[in-house]
Ligand binder design. Sequence first.
Ligand code: AKB
Length: 316
Amino acid sequence: MSSKILIIGACGQIGTELTTKLRELHGVDNIIASDINTRNLDLVNSGPFEIIDAKNYNAINDCCQQNNVKTVYLMAALLSATGEKYPMEAWDLNMNSLFHVLNLAKDKVIDKVFWPSSIAVFGPTTPRDNTPQHTICEPTTVYGITKQVGERWCEYYHDKYGVDVRSIRYPGIISHKAMPGGGTTDYAVEIYHEAIKKGKYECFLSENTELPMMFMEDAIIATVDLMHSPSDAVKIRSAYNLAAISFTPKQIFESIKKHMPEFTITYNPDFRQAIADSWPSSIDDNSARTDWNWKHNFDLETMTKVMLENLEKKYA
Ligand code: AKB
């Protein structure tokens, strides 16, 4: 049986587009998409799909053993805002799912793991501008703590057990297909939907809150390129800083307004403001650019154009 790739959390914002890309690259039959439910019917009905709870070691193990899965992308997680509401659930899901997959690699059931980290590993004591790869990480959210600890475990499993695990510290990801859920950077997706649907948006962050962001197409290319790089090129086994664009709510609003002059915005910061304030405004990703030739393609203006064009069609 040819070796397969398993995506856990395939119906989520990144999982959805990662599944499509991997199906294109490796053939539909070689990619097993999985999630805890069938919330994305297009994805569920267009290739192999299994219901898998990322917290269930036996379910992941059975799927890998029965299908000759050799690579796992673990995309299931509770994000920063949801994690603050359900701290123990976030810890439970984010940590145990990672241990399950790392242990399958340690036990040689699978060969390779992708696990997403995040800019949430940083905290208020981290240098905010052009945040270095190696710097102070004192996260103040549960999500950030799980990502920071997860990075330590990834590096540990690589160094002690030879596990081929690879990771990226994703910034906020913007896409027009699946919605993000429970993050602090979600406003940068919601704003495009509301612009098209209602012509106005109430932002839960203040107008000058600058955060690192990236268009989905770039995030998917980065993920696939990192996973396809030769092992000795992947020098960082915790997680790579990754950057594309940084902007504030005011700047994204102005970018949309160029296409929709009637669009209006109001600001009503909530508990997510404190999370955003603890994160960097821009990221130094030189290690990724040097080690595996990462480069981004989308800036704010090109992203706005593609987002509005696609959402206009979606809501037409
Ligand atoms: C979040 O806002 O929680 C995520 C992230 C930056 O990891 N999008």
